[in-house]
Design a protein around this ligand. Sequence first.
Ligand SMILES: O=C(O)[C@H]1O[C@H](OP(=O)(O)OP(=O)(O)OC[C@H]2O[C@@H](n3ccc(=O)[nH]c3=O)[C@H](O)[C@@H]2O)[C@H](O)[C@@H](O)[C@H]1O
Length: 427
Amino acid sequence: MDEELFPSTPGKIKSDRRTFHRCFASTSTMFLWALFLIALTASYLSFIATGNHYIHHTSHRSVTGPHWEKRVLSSSQIHRKNGFSVLVTGAAGFVGTHVSLALKKRGDGVVGIDNFNDYYDPTLKKARRKMLESKNIFIINADINDQNILAKLFEIVAFTHVMHLAAQAGVRYAMENPKSYVHSNIAGLVTLLEQCKSADPQPAVVWASSSSVYGLNDKVPFSESDRTDQPASLYAATKKAGEEITHTYNHIYGLSITGLRFFTVYGPWGRPDMAYFSFTKNILQGKPITVYRGKNGVDLARDFTYIDDIVKGCVGSLDTAGKSTGSGGKKKGPAPYRIFNLGNTSPVTVPTLVSILEKNLKMKAKKNVVDMPGNGDVPFTHANISLAQRELGYRPTTDLPTGLRKFVKWYLWYYGYEQGKVKSVKS
Ligand SMILES: O=C(O)[C@H]1O[C@H](OP(=O)(O)OP(=O)(O)OC[C@H]2O[C@@H](n3ccc(=O)[nH]c3=O)[C@H](O)[C@@H]2O)[C@H](O)[C@@H](O)[C@H]1O
Protein backbone atom coordinates (compact mmCIF):
# COMPACT_ATOMS: atom_id res chain seq x y z
CA MET A 1 0.00 0.00 0.00
CA ASP A 2 1.44 3.39 -1.02
CA GLU A 3 2.07 5.79 1.91
CA GLU A 4 1.47 8.71 -0.44
CA LEU A 5 -2.04 7.59 -1.21
CA PHE A 6 -2.94 7.01 2.46
CA PRO A 7 -1.49 9.98 4.36
CA SER A 8 -1.47 9.67 8.13
CA THR A 9 -4.12 11.40 10.20
CA PRO A 10 -2.69 13.97 12.65
CA GLY A 11 -2.31 12.51 16.12
CA LYS A 12 -2.66 8.95 14.98
CA ILE A 13 0.11 6.43 14.59
CA LYS A 14 1.08 6.04 10.98
CA SER A 15 -0.29 2.86 9.57
CA ASP A 16 1.71 0.67 7.29
CA ARG A 17 0.97 -2.46 5.44
CA ARG A 18 2.12 -4.57 8.40
CA THR A 19 -0.08 -2.80 10.98
CA PHE A 20 -2.98 -2.91 8.50
CA HIS A 21 -2.50 -6.63 8.30
CA ARG A 22 -2.11 -6.95 12.06
CA CYS A 23 -5.23 -4.99 12.84
CA PHE A 24 -7.66 -5.97 10.15
CA ALA A 25 -6.50 -8.99 8.30
CA SER A 26 -6.56 -11.52 11.10
CA THR A 27 -9.85 -13.38 11.15
CA SER A 28 -10.08 -13.44 14.92
CA THR A 29 -9.63 -9.67 15.17
CA MET A 30 -12.25 -9.11 12.51
CA PHE A 31 -14.60 -11.30 14.51
CA LEU A 32 -13.93 -9.20 17.63
CA TRP A 33 -14.60 -6.00 15.68
CA ALA A 34 -17.88 -7.41 14.42
CA LEU A 35 -18.89 -8.33 17.95
CA PHE A 36 -18.00 -4.85 19.14
CA LEU A 37 -20.11 -3.23 16.42
CA ILE A 38 -23.08 -5.49 17.19
CA ALA A 39 -22.82 -4.65 20.91
CA LEU A 40 -22.62 -0.94 20.10
CA THR A 41 -25.72 -1.09 17.89
CA ALA A 42 -27.62 -3.13 20.47
CA SER A 43 -26.82 -0.74 23.31
CA TYR A 44 -27.82 2.24 21.16
CA LEU A 45 -31.15 0.62 20.31
CA SER A 46 -31.77 -0.24 23.94
CA PHE A 47 -30.96 3.36 24.92
CA ILE A 48 -33.53 4.61 22.43
CA ALA A 49 -36.09 2.13 23.68
CA THR A 50 -35.62 2.77 27.41
CA GLY A 51 -35.38 6.51 26.94
CA ASN A 52 -38.70 6.70 25.17
CA HIS A 53 -40.67 3.71 26.33
CA TYR A 54 -43.10 5.89 28.23
CA ILE A 55 -44.15 7.78 25.14
CA HIS A 56 -47.09 6.33 23.26
CA HIS A 57 -46.46 5.00 19.82
CA THR A 58 -46.79 7.90 17.52
CA SER A 59 -46.65 8.06 13.79
CA HIS A 60 -44.45 10.96 12.75
CA ARG A 61 -44.80 11.43 9.08
CA SER A 62 -44.58 15.16 8.98
CA VAL A 63 -42.56 16.15 5.95
CA THR A 64 -42.08 19.79 5.24
CA GLY A 65 -41.59 21.14 1.74
CA PRO A 66 -43.33 23.41 -0.77
CA HIS A 67 -46.46 21.23 -0.99
CA TRP A 68 -46.66 21.02 2.82
CA GLU A 69 -46.25 24.79 3.15
CA LYS A 70 -48.99 25.35 0.60
CA ARG A 71 -51.37 23.19 2.62
CA VAL A 72 -50.48 25.00 5.84
CA LEU A 73 -51.06 28.37 4.20
CA SER A 74 -54.34 27.35 2.64
CA SER A 75 -55.59 25.91 5.95
CA SER A 76 -54.63 29.08 7.84
CA GLN A 77 -56.47 31.36 5.38
CA ILE A 78 -58.93 33.72 7.13
CA HIS A 79 -62.35 34.12 5.51
CA ARG A 80 -64.04 36.74 7.66
CA LYS A 81 -63.37 40.34 8.67
CA ASN A 82 -61.07 40.56 11.70
CA GLY A 83 -60.87 36.78 11.76
CA PHE A 84 -58.19 34.76 13.54
CA SER A 85 -55.63 32.34 12.41
CA VAL A 86 -55.46 29.66 15.05
CA LEU A 87 -53.01 26.86 15.69
CA VAL A 88 -55.01 24.06 17.34
CA THR A 89 -52.86 21.49 19.15
CA GLY A 90 -54.47 18.10 19.67
CA ALA A 91 -56.67 18.84 16.66
CA ALA A 92 -57.44 15.15 16.06
CA GLY A 93 -58.54 14.82 19.67
CA PHE A 94 -62.12 15.02 20.90
CA VAL A 95 -62.31 18.69 21.90
CA GLY A 96 -59.72 19.73 19.27
CA THR A 97 -61.84 18.35 16.44
CA HIS A 98 -64.99 20.15 17.52
CA VAL A 99 -63.26 23.47 18.21
CA SER A 100 -61.42 23.34 14.86
CA LEU A 101 -64.69 22.76 13.00
CA ALA A 102 -66.44 25.62 14.82
CA LEU A 103 -63.62 28.07 14.08
CA LYS A 104 -63.38 27.07 10.43
CA LYS A 105 -67.14 27.31 10.03
CA ARG A 106 -67.19 30.95 11.06
CA GLY A 107 -64.30 31.84 8.76
CA ASP A 108 -61.18 31.61 10.93
CA GLY A 109 -57.99 30.03 9.62
CA VAL A 110 -57.17 26.78 11.41
CA VAL A 111 -54.02 24.67 11.34
CA GLY A 112 -53.93 21.55 13.48
CA ILE A 113 -51.10 19.55 15.01
CA ASP A 114 -51.49 16.10 16.55
CA ASN A 115 -49.16 13.17 17.21
CA PHE A 116 -51.87 10.53 16.62
CA ASN A 117 -50.58 8.46 19.53
CA ASP A 118 -52.17 5.16 20.49
CA TYR A 119 -53.42 6.03 24.01
CA TYR A 120 -56.76 5.14 22.45
CA ASP A 121 -57.65 3.77 19.04
CA PRO A 122 -55.90 5.99 16.44
CA THR A 123 -58.52 4.90 13.87
CA LEU A 124 -60.95 7.25 15.58
CA LYS A 125 -58.41 10.08 15.41
CA LYS A 126 -57.88 9.40 11.72
CA ALA A 127 -61.63 9.43 11.11
CA ARG A 128 -61.80 12.81 12.85
CA ARG A 129 -58.92 14.02 10.65
CA LYS A 130 -60.79 12.91 7.55
CA MET A 131 -63.77 14.98 8.65
CA LEU A 132 -61.53 18.03 9.25
CA GLU A 133 -59.75 17.60 5.94
CA SER A 134 -63.07 17.67 4.14
CA LYS A 135 -63.39 21.23 5.51
CA ASN A 136 -59.86 22.14 4.42
CA ILE A 137 -58.35 21.88 7.89
CA PHE A 138 -54.84 20.51 7.66
CA ILE A 139 -53.50 18.53 10.64
CA ILE A 140 -49.76 18.15 10.89
CA ASN A 141 -48.70 14.76 12.18
CA ALA A 142 -46.16 15.80 14.82
CA ASP A 143 -45.60 16.01 18.56
CA ILE A 144 -45.72 19.39 20.31
CA ASN A 145 -42.27 18.55 21.67
CA ASP A 146 -40.97 18.91 18.11
CA GLN A 147 -39.63 22.44 18.26
CA ASN A 148 -38.43 22.42 14.65
CA ILE A 149 -41.94 21.80 13.33
CA LEU A 150 -43.36 24.48 15.63
CA ALA A 151 -40.72 26.97 14.49
CA LYS A 152 -41.45 26.15 10.86
CA LEU A 153 -45.19 26.64 11.37
CA PHE A 154 -44.73 30.04 12.98
CA GLU A 155 -42.33 30.99 10.20
CA ILE A 156 -45.07 30.35 7.64
CA VAL A 157 -48.11 31.67 9.55
CA ALA A 158 -48.49 34.68 11.87
CA PHE A 159 -50.87 32.89 14.23
CA THR A 160 -53.08 35.28 16.18
CA HIS A 161 -54.09 32.55 18.65
CA VAL A 162 -53.02 29.15 19.88
CA MET A 163 -55.75 26.82 21.13
CA HIS A 164 -53.70 24.31 23.08
CA LEU A 165 -55.65 21.08 23.59
CA ALA A 166 -52.94 18.46 23.11
CA ALA A 167 -52.42 16.57 26.36
CA GLN A 168 -52.12 13.20 27.98
CA ALA A 169 -55.64 12.87 29.36
CA GLY A 170 -57.18 10.36 31.77
CA VAL A 171 -57.06 10.42 35.55
CA ARG A 172 -56.51 6.74 36.37
CA TYR A 173 -54.04 5.95 33.55
CA ALA A 174 -51.47 8.21 35.24
CA MET A 175 -50.62 5.34 37.60
CA GLU A 176 -49.80 3.10 34.65
CA ASN A 177 -47.79 5.49 32.52
CA PRO A 178 -46.74 8.50 34.62
CA LYS A 179 -44.01 9.72 32.29
CA SER A 180 -46.39 10.19 29.37
CA TYR A 181 -48.04 12.95 31.45
CA VAL A 182 -44.71 14.68 32.00
CA HIS A 183 -43.89 14.32 28.29
CA SER A 184 -47.09 15.94 27.00
CA ASN A 185 -48.49 18.06 29.81
CA ILE A 186 -45.21 19.52 31.07
CA ALA A 187 -42.43 19.19 28.48
CA GLY A 188 -44.78 19.64 25.51
CA LEU A 189 -46.41 22.66 27.10
CA VAL A 190 -43.04 24.32 27.73
CA THR A 191 -41.87 23.64 24.16
CA LEU A 192 -45.04 25.24 22.83
CA LEU A 193 -44.80 28.26 25.15
CA GLU A 194 -41.14 28.76 24.22
CA GLN A 195 -42.23 28.99 20.59
CA CYS A 196 -45.13 31.34 21.40
CA LYS A 197 -42.97 33.62 23.50
CA SER A 198 -40.43 34.16 20.73
CA ALA A 199 -42.97 34.47 17.92
CA ASP A 200 -43.43 37.89 16.43
CA PRO A 201 -46.29 38.72 16.75
CA GLN A 202 -46.91 36.67 19.88
CA PRO A 203 -50.21 34.78 19.77
CA ALA A 204 -52.74 34.76 22.61
CA VAL A 205 -52.83 31.29 24.20
CA VAL A 206 -56.02 29.53 25.33
CA TRP A 207 -55.42 26.07 26.79
CA ALA A 208 -57.13 23.15 28.49
CA SER A 209 -56.59 22.80 32.20
CA SER A 210 -58.95 20.51 34.10
CA SER A 211 -61.54 20.31 36.86
CA SER A 212 -59.22 17.74 38.42
CA VAL A 213 -57.02 20.56 39.77
CA TYR A 214 -59.61 20.98 42.56
CA GLY A 215 -58.51 17.56 43.83
CA LEU A 216 -59.61 17.03 47.39
CA ASN A 217 -61.33 20.42 47.61
CA ASP A 218 -64.77 19.82 49.15
CA LYS A 219 -66.14 23.33 49.05
CA VAL A 220 -68.99 23.21 46.51
CA PRO A 221 -69.54 24.39 43.88
CA PHE A 222 -65.87 24.71 42.86
CA SER A 223 -64.86 28.33 42.22
CA GLU A 224 -61.72 29.45 40.44
CA SER A 225 -60.42 30.99 43.67
CA ASP A 226 -60.76 27.72 45.65
CA ARG A 227 -57.76 25.66 46.77
CA THR A 228 -56.00 23.75 44.02
CA ASP A 229 -53.00 22.57 46.00
CA GLN A 230 -54.29 19.10 46.84
CA PRO A 231 -54.27 17.14 43.57
CA ALA A 232 -55.47 13.54 43.82
CA SER A 233 -53.72 12.24 40.70
CA LEU A 234 -50.57 12.87 38.71
CA TYR A 235 -52.80 13.97 35.83
CA ALA A 236 -54.25 16.68 38.07
CA ALA A 237 -50.78 17.64 39.29
CA THR A 238 -49.52 18.12 35.72
CA LYS A 239 -52.55 20.27 34.85
CA LYS A 240 -51.99 22.33 37.98
CA ALA A 241 -48.31 22.63 37.03
CA GLY A 242 -49.49 23.86 33.62
CA GLU A 243 -51.39 26.68 35.30
CA GLU A 244 -48.22 27.74 37.12
CA ILE A 245 -46.01 27.34 34.05
CA THR A 246 -48.32 29.44 31.87
CA HIS A 247 -48.31 32.05 34.61
CA THR A 248 -44.54 32.45 34.39
CA TYR A 249 -44.71 32.91 30.61
CA ASN A 250 -47.39 35.51 31.13
CA HIS A 251 -45.33 37.26 33.81
CA ILE A 252 -41.94 37.21 32.10
CA TYR A 253 -42.78 37.36 28.40
CA GLY A 254 -46.20 39.03 28.28
CA LEU A 255 -48.08 36.07 26.77
CA SER A 256 -51.85 36.42 26.99
CA ILE A 257 -53.03 33.27 28.77
CA THR A 258 -56.48 31.77 29.33
CA GLY A 259 -56.68 28.42 31.15
CA LEU A 260 -59.97 26.50 30.93
CA ARG A 261 -60.88 23.98 33.61
CA PHE A 262 -63.01 21.48 31.67
CA PHE A 263 -65.46 19.35 33.66
CA THR A 264 -65.79 15.76 32.31
CA VAL A 265 -66.55 16.60 28.68
CA TYR A 266 -68.65 14.09 26.69
CA GLY A 267 -70.40 13.81 23.35
CA PRO A 268 -70.17 12.52 19.76
CA TRP A 269 -66.63 11.73 18.53
CA GLY A 270 -65.65 11.47 22.21
CA ARG A 271 -62.83 9.65 24.00
CA PRO A 272 -63.14 5.85 24.24
CA ASP A 273 -61.28 5.79 27.58
CA MET A 274 -64.02 7.74 29.35
CA ALA A 275 -66.76 6.04 31.38
CA TYR A 276 -69.79 7.04 29.25
CA PHE A 277 -68.02 5.73 26.12
CA SER A 278 -66.67 2.46 27.50
CA PHE A 279 -69.96 1.76 29.32
CA THR A 280 -71.82 2.13 26.01
CA LYS A 281 -69.44 -0.24 24.29
CA ASN A 282 -69.74 -2.87 27.04
CA ILE A 283 -73.51 -2.64 27.37
CA LEU A 284 -73.90 -3.17 23.61
CA GLN A 285 -71.54 -6.13 23.70
CA GLY A 286 -73.26 -7.65 26.73
CA LYS A 287 -70.10 -7.26 28.83
CA PRO A 288 -70.11 -6.13 32.48
CA ILE A 289 -69.26 -2.58 33.52
CA THR A 290 -67.55 -1.56 36.74
CA VAL A 291 -69.28 1.21 38.64
CA TYR A 292 -67.20 2.81 41.37
CA ARG A 293 -68.87 3.79 44.61
CA GLY A 294 -67.55 6.37 47.09
CA LYS A 295 -66.96 6.14 50.84
CA ASN A 296 -69.91 4.89 52.93
CA GLY A 297 -71.66 3.68 49.78
CA VAL A 298 -72.16 7.21 48.44
CA ASP A 299 -72.49 7.41 44.64
CA LEU A 300 -69.80 9.24 42.70
CA ALA A 301 -70.98 12.28 40.75
CA ARG A 302 -69.63 14.38 37.90
CA ASP A 303 -70.55 17.72 36.41
CA PHE A 304 -70.75 16.11 32.94
CA THR A 305 -70.46 18.84 30.29
CA TYR A 306 -71.63 18.49 26.70
CA ILE A 307 -69.08 19.12 23.96
CA ASP A 308 -71.06 21.91 22.21
CA ASP A 309 -71.11 23.91 25.45
CA ILE A 310 -67.36 23.43 25.85
CA VAL A 311 -66.82 24.60 22.27
CA LYS A 312 -68.80 27.77 23.02
CA GLY A 313 -66.58 28.36 26.04
CA CYS A 314 -63.41 27.83 23.98
CA VAL A 315 -64.53 30.16 21.19
CA GLY A 316 -65.70 32.76 23.75
CA SER A 317 -62.25 32.59 25.34
CA LEU A 318 -60.50 33.17 22.02
CA ASP A 319 -62.84 36.08 21.25
CA THR A 320 -62.21 37.81 24.58
CA ALA A 321 -58.51 37.01 24.98
CA GLY A 322 -56.54 40.23 25.19
CA LYS A 323 -53.41 40.56 23.12
CA SER A 324 -49.99 39.33 24.18
CA THR A 325 -47.70 42.24 24.92
CA GLY A 326 -44.25 40.87 24.21
CA SER A 327 -42.17 40.98 21.13
CA GLY A 328 -38.87 39.35 20.30
CA GLY A 329 -39.12 37.42 23.58
CA LYS A 330 -39.43 40.61 25.67
CA LYS A 331 -42.45 41.81 27.62
CA LYS A 332 -43.63 45.35 26.86
CA GLY A 333 -46.42 45.53 29.45
CA PRO A 334 -48.80 43.42 31.51
CA ALA A 335 -50.84 40.84 29.59
CA PRO A 336 -54.06 39.09 30.66
CA TYR A 337 -53.87 35.89 32.70
CA ARG A 338 -57.28 34.25 33.13
CA ILE A 339 -58.65 30.96 34.47
CA PHE A 340 -62.26 29.81 33.95
CA ASN A 341 -64.37 26.83 34.96
CA LEU A 342 -66.25 25.35 32.02
CA GLY A 343 -68.77 22.97 33.57
CA ASN A 344 -72.48 22.28 33.39
CA THR A 345 -73.27 23.22 37.02
CA SER A 346 -75.51 20.21 37.58
CA PRO A 347 -73.67 17.11 38.79
CA VAL A 348 -75.18 13.71 38.02
CA THR A 349 -74.29 10.43 39.74
CA VAL A 350 -72.57 7.63 37.85
CA PRO A 351 -75.51 5.17 38.39
CA THR A 352 -77.82 7.81 36.85
CA LEU A 353 -75.46 8.10 33.88
CA VAL A 354 -75.73 4.32 33.48
CA SER A 355 -79.53 4.32 33.58
CA ILE A 356 -79.72 7.09 30.94
CA LEU A 357 -77.46 4.99 28.70
CA GLU A 358 -79.61 1.89 29.32
CA LYS A 359 -82.70 3.82 28.28
CA ASN A 360 -81.07 5.07 25.08
CA LEU A 361 -79.56 1.71 24.18
CA LYS A 362 -82.72 -0.16 25.21
CA MET A 363 -80.46 -2.66 26.98
CA LYS A 364 -79.66 -3.44 30.61
CA ALA A 365 -76.13 -3.06 31.91
CA LYS A 366 -74.43 -5.87 33.84
CA LYS A 367 -73.15 -3.78 36.73
CA ASN A 368 -70.28 -4.65 39.05
CA VAL A 369 -70.43 -2.09 41.83
CA VAL A 370 -67.11 -1.80 43.65
CA ASP A 371 -65.57 0.59 46.15
CA MET A 372 -63.62 3.38 44.46
CA PRO A 373 -60.00 2.28 44.32
CA GLY A 374 -57.38 4.80 45.45
CA ASN A 375 -56.30 5.56 41.91
CA GLY A 376 -56.71 9.29 41.63
CA ASP A 377 -60.47 9.61 41.37
CA VAL A 378 -62.33 12.28 43.32
CA PRO A 379 -65.85 11.66 44.71
CA PHE A 380 -67.61 14.52 42.90
CA THR A 381 -67.12 17.64 40.80
CA HIS A 382 -69.39 20.67 40.54
CA ALA A 383 -68.52 23.89 38.71
CA ASN A 384 -69.36 27.41 39.69
CA ILE A 385 -69.47 29.09 36.28
CA SER A 386 -70.39 32.66 37.20
CA LEU A 387 -66.98 33.99 36.14
CA ALA A 388 -67.21 32.39 32.69
CA GLN A 389 -70.81 33.60 32.40
CA ARG A 390 -69.74 37.15 33.12
CA GLU A 391 -66.53 37.30 31.09
CA LEU A 392 -67.18 34.90 28.21
CA GLY A 393 -70.96 34.89 27.96
CA TYR A 394 -70.73 31.14 28.68
CA ARG A 395 -74.14 29.49 29.18
CA PRO A 396 -74.33 25.69 28.97
CA THR A 397 -77.62 24.56 27.47
CA THR A 398 -77.40 20.76 27.11
CA ASP A 399 -78.39 18.50 30.00
CA LEU A 400 -77.04 14.97 30.38
CA PRO A 401 -80.08 13.08 28.95
CA THR A 402 -80.08 15.27 25.82
CA GLY A 403 -76.31 15.05 25.38
CA LEU A 404 -76.19 11.29 25.89
CA ARG A 405 -79.01 10.80 23.39
CA LYS A 406 -76.88 12.59 20.79
CA PHE A 407 -73.81 10.61 21.79
CA VAL A 408 -75.58 7.25 21.51
CA LYS A 409 -76.99 8.21 18.10
CA TRP A 410 -73.49 9.03 16.90
CA TYR A 411 -72.02 5.87 18.47
CA LEU A 412 -74.52 3.57 16.76
CA TRP A 413 -73.86 5.29 13.44
CA TYR A 414 -70.05 5.40 13.73
CA TYR A 415 -69.65 1.78 14.80
CA GLY A 416 -72.11 0.56 12.18
CA TYR A 417 -74.88 -0.70 14.49
CA GLU A 418 -77.46 1.03 12.34
CA GLN A 419 -76.36 -0.84 9.25
CA GLY A 420 -75.94 -4.07 11.18
CA LYS A 421 -72.19 -4.02 10.35
CA VAL A 422 -70.37 -3.56 13.63
CA LYS A 423 -66.83 -2.17 13.40
CA SER A 424 -64.43 -3.52 15.99
CA VAL A 425 -64.22 -1.09 18.87
CA LYS A 426 -60.79 -0.74 20.41
CA SER A 427 -60.32 1.51 23.42
O1 LIG B 1 -62.97 16.82 34.24
C1 LIG B 1 -61.83 16.41 34.27
O2 LIG B 1 -60.91 17.07 34.71
C2 LIG B 1 -61.50 15.03 33.83
O3 LIG B 1 -62.69 14.46 33.27
C3 LIG B 1 -62.55 13.13 32.92
O4 LIG B 1 -62.22 12.34 34.06
P1 LIG B 1 -63.38 11.67 34.89
O5 LIG B 1 -64.30 12.67 35.48
O6 LIG B 1 -62.71 10.72 35.81
O7 LIG B 1 -64.20 10.94 33.72
P2 LIG B 1 -64.49 9.39 33.45
O8 LIG B 1 -63.22 8.65 33.31
O9 LIG B 1 -65.43 9.36 32.32
O10 LIG B 1 -65.22 8.93 34.78
C4 LIG B 1 -66.49 9.48 35.13
C5 LIG B 1 -66.97 8.84 36.40
O11 LIG B 1 -67.16 7.45 36.18
C6 LIG B 1 -66.47 6.70 37.15
N1 LIG B 1 -66.00 5.46 36.53
C7 LIG B 1 -65.08 5.48 35.58
C8 LIG B 1 -64.64 4.32 34.97
C9 LIG B 1 -65.20 3.10 35.37
O12 LIG B 1 -64.87 2.01 34.87
N2 LIG B 1 -66.15 3.11 36.33
C10 LIG B 1 -66.58 4.25 36.94
O13 LIG B 1 -67.45 4.23 37.81
C11 LIG B 1 -65.35 7.58 37.62
O14 LIG B 1 -64.96 7.21 38.92
C12 LIG B 1 -65.99 8.94 37.55
O15 LIG B 1 -66.70 9.19 38.72
C13 LIG B 1 -61.46 12.97 31.88
O16 LIG B 1 -61.26 11.59 31.61
C14 LIG B 1 -60.16 13.58 32.31
O17 LIG B 1 -59.28 13.57 31.21
C15 LIG B 1 -60.35 14.97 32.85
O18 LIG B 1 -60.48 15.88 31.83
